[in-house]
Design a protein around this ligand. Structure first.
Ligand SMILES: NC(=O)C1=CN([C@@H]2O[C@H](COP(=O)(O)OP(=O)(O)OC[C@H]3O[C@@H](n4cnc5c(N)ncnc54)[C@H](OP(=O)(O)O)[C@@H]3O)[C@@H](O)[C@H]2O)C=CC1
Ligand SMILES: Nc1nc(=O)c2c([nH]1)NC[C@@H]1CN(c3ccc(C(=O)N[C@@H](CCC(=O)O)C(=O)O)cc3)C=[N+]21
Length: 280
């Protein structure tokens, strides 16, 4: 028995099409949606993401400025640039890539992103509003997790979901979005004792760690739904998830692939948020 593949390609294409149509409407009325991507890292998985944002933005009719400050940028420089972009009326969305240089903390720097332009939900105000159930942009990756499950008809109410990872970009906001959908959520991290025991009690496992192949069949209950958020570059230029797909596919009921799962949906949602920000 092999797990059903929960592809992100179809929901991503639908979101991109709707986003391109809205971008064209806005352009016709004189607003040209623009996203600024601030980069201060040489991380390869971040570089993959930035390339796919630039490509998808172009296709959707959204201008995309890559602002590369280099991996030795200071926290002060990054913060200043975010503030300048936030004050620029021609820019509708601002995102800061992680990881960041030593000593720079996303939660701290992102407070310089105006909440209305915070299309990746990185400003602590956005995360606070999300946790409080108030309107805010959710981090695109966290929203992509729920979007993929929705698209494939996974009804979350009452399910036990184990989220592995507690970052501000993925784990924490994903836990809030899942709670909002009436799931029972357990958040795991590097200090979790007996990870496999915790995750194999869950109906749905969301892996957002950043370690290739960490999640094996022993972490997963038979028939469970597994969402693989990890994007780990391989030596030969490929990309693999946090889930050991070969062993997990034999036990899980359903599994999102890498590539072609959460990633494309993340990119599509980021652009949707940008158009929403431009429409305001
Ligand atoms: N597909 C997509 O759209 C996206 C993919 N990603 C990918 O998702 C992954 C996670 O990203 P991000 O959240 O930013 O990463 P972070 O490094 O910020 O967070 C990783 C989390 O995993 C936890 N962790 C580390 N090792 C273990 C372990 N052995 N067992 C259990 N938990 C562990 C850490 O725990 P602790 O807090 O205790 O340190 C931390 O909470 C990366 O591969 C990244 O590239 C990220 C964003 C978007
Ligand atoms: N503030 C911040 N927010 C992020 O969301 C964020 C970040 N920093 N830093 C880096 C990680 C990594 N990440 C990816 C998203 C999509 C793909 C993606 O779309 N991958 C394609 C393959 C790549 C391609 O085809 O171009 C796929 O999975 O099919 C990859 C990686 C977001 N991240």
């Amino acid at each position: 028995m092999s797990a059903t593949v929960l592809s992100g390609k179809e929901p991503a294409a639908a979101i991109r099409a709707e986003t391109a149509a809205r971008a064209a409407e806005l352009a016709a009325s004189g607003t040209h949606p623009r996203l600024a991507v601030v980069v201060a890292t040489a991380d390869e998985s971040s570089a993959w993401y930035v390339r796919s944002i630039a490509r998808a933005a172009e296709k959707a009719g959204i201008a995309c400025d890559i602002v590369d400050l280099g991996s030795d940028a200071s926290a002060r420089d990054i913060r200043h640039r975010l503030a300048v972009l936030s004050a620029d009326e021609s820019v509708h969305g601002v995102i800061l890539q992680t990881p960041l240089p030593e000593g720079a903390k996303l939660e701290d720097l992102a407070s310089a992103i105006a909440p209305g332009k915070d299309v990746d939900g990185a400003n602590p105000l956005s995360l606070g509003r999300l946790a409080a159930g108030l309107p805010a942009f959710a981090p695109a990756t966290a929203e992509a997790v729920v979007t993929v499950l929705d698209y494939h008809g996974v009804e979350l109410t009452g399910l036990h979901v184990a989220v592995i990872g507690r970052s501000t970009v993925v784990g924490k906001p994903a836990a809030h979005l899942l709670l909002d959908r009436n799931a029972t959520v357990t958040v795991c991290h590097s200090r979790t004792r007996d990870l496999a025991a915790v995750t194999s009690a869950a109906d749905v496992v969301v892996a957002a760690v950043g370690r290739a192949g960490l999640i094996t069949a022993e972490h997963v209950r038979a028939g469970a739904v597994v969402v693989d958020v990890g994007t780990n570059p391989t030596d030969d230029g490929g990309l693999v998830g946090d889930v050991d797909a070969a062993s997990v596919a034999e036990k899980a009921g359903a599994l999102t692939p890498v590539p072609g799962g959460v990633g494309p949906v993340t990119t599509a949602l980021l652009l949707r948020h940008t158009v929403q920000a431009a429409a305001r």
